[in-house]
Design a protein around this ligand. Structure first.
Ligand code: NAD
Length: 303
């Protein structure tokens, strides 16, 4: 952790509520120290009601960049001067850079982080068919980035009639933004259609809360759908191995990818946007994410 703070030390932060559990401060502070950036990173509890004051404070105090978590990821967009194509498509930002002139530029690094993590496991999205479970924020971020990065086909699977309508809306939006990608919506309740999509796919992703504590015994996929060449990935990182991933591994799937790498790589992309430098990802992974509680190990080791 940084010990020498001067009058020139820069400030970056996370805003949202709650933020106390976040691994971002540990990840960024460690990386500032390792890459010689004179800055610190703090977390501020900001609700939708206090967001306008927080943005004013960020501009006034010259905070150099910030990450945004729930519930402010969408609301923050009305304060931005520039929005990246992926963030505009997703309708949410998780990273904002602040120029020396005070211009706020918004990005969404969740999809980039997920796809980079897949790449680290030997899977490229370009030209591939991905089946996505869920229509929430993480699922949308991944689908939008996958479409922009040249996925051949994306199937969005929804749990309820209202989320099926959401999935159809997302499909239309993505096809317009990325005409080379075919995007289909399938209700999960139609198990035959779902099985057909998975049989035709290269990558299956859980983008829902199923599998996350306290839903950690839950899965939306029957093990009979797994086959060795299907890459299976989860956005959930608590627990590190969800029931879906365990069953995929036991069924012989060769590529089984947990959500912790997405968390790490979305942070690495934010760090690059903030500083222009590469986060020492492997070191951060070993030192911060070695335990089951992201962000705790660094503190526990007194670093
Ligand atoms: P969200 O609220 O926007 O979306 C939640 C999704 O989960 C929706 O599709 C919803 O229908 C579904 N869902 C809710 N309860 C469910 C249940 N009981 N069974 C099955 N599906 C259920 O949330 P989000 O921000 O998209 O987060 C979704 C998951 O992704 C969370 O587990 C979150 O921790 C994880 N996430 C991980 C990362 C990462 O970096 N690894 C980043 C963002 C989100």
């Amino acid at each position: 952790m940084k010990t020498e703070i001067s009058g020139r030390t820069g400030l970056y932060c996370l805003i949202g509520s709650p933020v106390g559990h976040s691994g971002s401060p540990a990840m960024h502070n460690y990386s500032f120290q390792r890459t010689g950036v004179d800055a610190v990173y703090l977390a501020f509890d900001v609700t939708l009601g206090t967001l306008p004051d927080a943005i004013r404070a960020i501009r006034t105090l010259g905070i150099r960049g910030f990450n945004i978590t729930m519930p402010c990821k969408t609301a923050v967009m009305e304060y931005l001067d520039e929005i990246s194509p992926a963030a505009a498509l997703i309708g949410a930002c998780n990273t904002v850079t602040v120029s020396p002139e005070g211009r706020l530029a918004g990005y969404n690094t969740d999809g980039i982080g997920f796809l980079q993590n897949l790449r680290c496991h030997g899977v490229e999205i370009r030209g591939r068919h991905m089946v996505m479970l869920g229509t929430g924020g993480a699922a949308m971020a991944i689908c939008a980035q996958a479409a922009l990065d040249g996925a051949r086909c994306i199937t969005i699977c929804s749990r309820s009639p209202s989320s099926y309508r959401t999935a159809c809306g997302i499909a239309g939006k993505l096809e317009k933004a990325a005409p080379g990608t075919e995007v289909r919506a399938v209700p999960l309740a139609d198990r035959e259609a779902f099985a057909r999509e998975v049989a035709a796919a290269d990558i299956l992703v859980n983008g829902t809360k199923a599998g996350m504590a306290p839903l950690d015994g839950e899965t939306l996929v029957e093990p009979s759908l797994f086959r060795p060449e299907l890459a299976v990935a989860d956005v959930v990182y608590n627990p590190r191995e969800t029931r879906m991933l365990r069953e995929a591994r036991e069924a012989g799937c060769r590529t089984v990818v947990g959500g912790i790498g997405m968390l790490l790589w979305q942070g690495a992309e934010a760090f690059r946007l903030f500083t222009g430098k590469e986060m020492p990802v492997e070191e951060v992974q070993q030192r911060l994410f070695a335990l089951d509680n992201p962000g705790r190990s660094l503190h526990d080791r007194g670093i």
